[in-house]
Structure formats: C-alpha cells, structure tokens
Design a protein around this ligand. Structure first.
Ligand code: UN1
Length: 524
C-alpha cells in the first residue's frame, strides 16, 4: 500500500492501477465502518450531542445515509468559543516548536488514515476517486507546509539593531486568540485542515464549523489532529448549517475568522467583524469566475484537456474552476471540436467507480441552479454540448447533470459574470488577446486564470495584465485548477479574497498573528 504512487491533481499520466485495485478492495468495508453513525460536536475534548438531529445523505445516492449530525445552537456555539478561549493561554505559551511537533503527529495520523478519509470525502461530496485521494494528500502536505513555514522563519520573529548600544530590539508575532474557521463542502479535508492547521500552529485556538454537507469528513479531520496530541479545548468542532454559522459569526468573543465560501458570505462576515469596537481579521477566500485564453498557436489537445478538466472536474464546484474560455476566432471551430471530443470522454456516474470523472452536484438546489442556467443559455445564446439533467439508473437517485458548454452569450450576461459552481463553461471568441484579457478583467472576481500559447509576447501580456492571483500556462492537467502546497500559492484578488495574501503562500500564516515590538534596556 505504501508503494502506491501519490495522487496529486497534476500527475495524471502515472500508472494508478494499484490505487484503483486498493480502492476497489476497501470501499465497501470503509462504507460499512464510516457511514450512518452519529457525528457530534466535539468541545473541550468531549463529544456533545445537544441540538436538533439532522440525517445527512450522499449526493451520489440519496438512499445512502452519511450520518447523524446534531446541529449546534447559539448556546453550544458560545460554549465552544468560551472553551477555546480558556485553552488559549496555555497553547500560546507552549511555543511554536511544540505546536509544530503536535501538528506533524496529526498529519502522520491523517496519512495513516488517508484511504478511509478519502472514501468518506468521495461519498460525502460525490467527488471522483482522484479528486478525493488527491485532496487528502493535499491536506497532509498543507499541514506539513505550514509547520515548515513557521520553522523556517523562527515563528516569523525578527531581530533588529537597537537605537543605542544600551538597548536590544526585536519583533515577534503573537496569536490573536480564538479563531473561527468556517469551511465549504467542496474541499472538506484540504481547505478545512489548511485553515485549521494555520490558525493552530500560529498559536490560536479554534472553533471549527465544517459545511453541513461535509460533517463526516469534518469530524474525521478533527479526530486525526486531536489524536496527534492537541490539548482539550484547543480545537473544537461544531456541526450545523446556516443558523450555527450565524451564531459563530456574531459571537463577540471570537478574535478572528478564516473562511472559504461565497463572496456574499465572506463580505457579510467582513462587515460584521468590523461592527464591534475593533476590527478583527477576516481571512476569506471567496470563489471565482475564472477565465482561460486559447491563442492561435496553442496546442489544441493540451488546451482542450486543461479546459475540460478545470471546467468539469468536481462538477465545476471549485473556486478555481474554469467558467469562461476565450478562444481566438480563427481556431474556434477546431478547438470546439477537440473540446467536445475531450469532454465526451469524461464519464459521468457513481464516482465510486474507477472510470467516472464527473459525479453528482452537491444537492437539489445546485440542480435547480443548473436547470435555470441551461434554460437562460439556450435562450440568450446556444448550447454546444450538454445542458440537461442526467436520468436513468444511479442518475435517478441523486442530482446529476451533463457537462455543459455554451456559446454566443453576451459578455455581460449573468452566466458570464456570476459564480455558478456548476459544470458549466461559456465559450467566447476573440480577435485581439488584449481585448479578451480586458473583458475578463471586468469580472468582479480574480482568483485563477490560464493561457494556452507558444508566443512569449502573449504569455508576458497575460502574466502582466490579467487580474487574478493564480496563473497557469499550457497546462494539460488543468487550465485554472490544481494548486499544490510548496509549488503554487492561492491568493484571491478583488471579490475572490479579503487580504491580498493567499493560502499556501509565505504571507498566509502571519495573518493569524499580530506583531509586537520589544525594546529592552539592560540585560534582565
Ligand atoms: C477551490 O478551488 O475551491 O487549486 C480550492 C485547486 C485546489 C483546490 C482549491 N487546490 O484547484
């Protein structure tokens, strides 16, 4: 098992037959062990089952019960925050080296459990085998990456010369206190653990609320970190939906917020964080409406592969997903032909199967958004491929839709502007690359973007003028998706992020801390 190749989002060419054989062998057993159990809150080192019980179901098949999740009410949320606050001084005082050791043990435990957590993630969210295993690998690397970052920078401390020989000066970084971490459903392992481990290694304690569509993986990742040796109260889990999230956001005793979610949610938390007597940090990654550009000299099969994988992987439910592809007019027909062939080979179905690339969308509301968008696209433009809900067999037991490509929509149509979070790609022709980039930059978001070109001037023009934080060129594994700790950073510009410093980057961790200047006379 240890000799199996690691699954990342980029190493698509490797021989994964061993990974598939292993998953074939363990999926039924993992389902029996993991599903349909109670997955309560965890506060101060104890399970808490208070709250209305919600039975959650898998989008793969609504007959599959994921588990029972007691929804934390405002009183329990407040208790979680108070518990985290009580645990804060001791965790802060342990120092970063101790925290790094503890979190590394958590990462090791997650690594031992990676197949179980991958299966849970696959069934809970409906992502393909490679998306699920890749995500767990990404999460392990994220924890280790943040540990290495704080080690590399000696806790981000800085020695400075004194103004005179009598004084010593230094700058140190101090944690804020209690961080609320609010995670989305789409990367319930990697995004949750990225935010949680960054907050913790910096010395904060955490109240973590996973998405109500991902409470099972939320619970499993907490268990792994806690078993790594976190003291009681340092990491607290609350389960629940909108009401629980609201109670956490309005709690005045939270010192900072880290979240990944929609722009509307992120901006409302930013506003509410400013309503108390002082600003509290809100580190938010808030989605995207990501573009790619296919220029006349591009390798069309590489471009089609990258475009299809980024538009339709995880059914388009990624902040990094590709939504709009601008194609040079002269090659439009050729490109659409290759793209349609490539997309038609991406099998939709039950993602437990090895050959399936596109699973369901997350719930019926997403299906309704799809139906509306397809109808609008058919009226205002034309549907090149897909456009329908899938039916028959497993498709009747969950929300499955076709990978959809549309063309001819006006640039300002809402399908070209709003984040849909669906497997839905709009194709737009261009005559001059600069004009296409200008149009893409009108978008209110700015997360990822990609280009396919063999022309250095075009590449430079793209790199220098596109307004987005994560750029890729000529990538077959994904036009706009697949950032990995240690290689890329992940910063949302404009409506995609609140701070201009993204996850995976060297400036991410310091945002969980505030600086303190020390000037000491004498030698006490
Ligand atoms: C997201 O897109 O929602 O870059 C999160 C990627 C992954 C996931 C990012 N690291 O596609």
């Amino acid at each position: 098992m240890n000799d199996l190749p690691r699954v990342t989002y980029s190493n698509t060419g490797e021989d994964f037959s061993g990974v598939h054989a292993h998953l074939d062998a363990i999926i039924p057993d993992a389902e029996a062990r993991l599903l349909a159990k109670s997955r309560p809150a965890f506060i101060g080192g104890r399970d808490r089952t208070d709250g209305n019980l919600v039975v959650a179901r898998s989008p793969i098949d609504f007959d599959i019960v994921l588990g029972e999740f007691p929804q934390a009410n405002a009183a329990l949320v407040d208790e979680a925050v108070k518990t985290a606050r009580a645990a804060f001084p001791a965790w802060r005082d342990k120092g970063w080296a101790h925290r790094v050791d503890t979190l590394r043990r958590g990462a090791d435990i997650l690594e031992v459990r990676k197949w179980d957590v991958s299966v849970a993630c696959l069934i809970e969210v409906g992502k393909s085998r490679f998306e699920a295993v890749g995500e767990v690998e990404e999460a392990i690397d994220l924890i280790r990456h943040y540990c290495s970052e704080i080690e590399r920078t000696d806790g981000f401390s800085e020695k400075r010369p004194g103004a005179s020989s009598a004084e010593r000066c230094a700058v140190v970084m101090r944690p804020y206190g209690v961080f609320a971490v609010i995670a989305p459903f789409n990367f319930p392992v990697a995004l949750s653990l990225g935010m949680v481990s960054a907050a913790l290694v910096a010395g904060n304690t955490v109240v973590f609320k996973p998405s109500d569509a991902a409470g099972l993986t939320g619970r499993l990742v907490v268990e792994a970190l806690v078993e790594g040796g976190l003291p009681d109260g340092v990491l607290n889990l609350i389960q629940g939906g909108r009401e629980t999230g609201k109670a956490l956001v309005v709690n005045p005793h939270v010192d900072g917020f880290a979240l990944t979610g929609s722009n509307a949610v992120g901006m409302s938390i930013l506003r509410s964080a400013a309503s108390s007597h002082a600003m509290r940090p809100v580190l938010a990654e808030m989605g995207g409406k990501n573009s790619a550009f296919v220029t006349p000299g591009a390798d069309l099969s590489v471009a089609a592969s990258g475009v299809a994988r980024s538009a339709f992987g995880l059914s388009g439910q990624k902040c990094s997903a590709l939504s709009k592809v601008y194609v040079a007019r002269d090659i439009m027909n050729d490109f659409l032909g290759v793209l349609a062939d490539t997309t038609n080979k991406l099998l939709a179905g039950d993602p437990r199967r090895q050959d399936v690339f596109i699973g369901p969308v997350i719930n019926r509301a997403a299906l309704d958004r799809f139906t509306l968008a397809a109808a609008e696209a058919g009226t205002a433009g034309s549907i090149v491929l897909g456009g329908k809900q899938l039916t028959g067999e497993v498709f009747d037991r969950g929300p499955y839709v076709e990978a959809t490509i549309v063309a001819g929509l006006p640039a300002e149509h809402r399908i070209n502007c709003d984040e849909l979070f669906l497997p839905f790609l709009s194709v737009l022709p261009f005559d001059v690359l600069e004009d296409a980039i200008t149009d893409a930059n009108l978008c209110a978001y700015g997360l990822t973007s990609g280009i396919y070109t063999q022309d250095k001037a075009e590449l430079d023009r793209f790199l220098n003028t596109i307004e987005a934080g994560v750029l890729y060129a000529n990538r077959a594994s994904g036009a706009t998706t697949g950032a990995w700790p240690g290689f890329q950073t992940f910063c949302g510009w404009k409506g995609s992020g609140t701070t201009g410093k993204g996850g995976l980057g060297s400036w991410y961790l310091p945002q969980f801390m505030r600086e303190q200047s020390h000037t000491i006379f004498g030698s006490p």
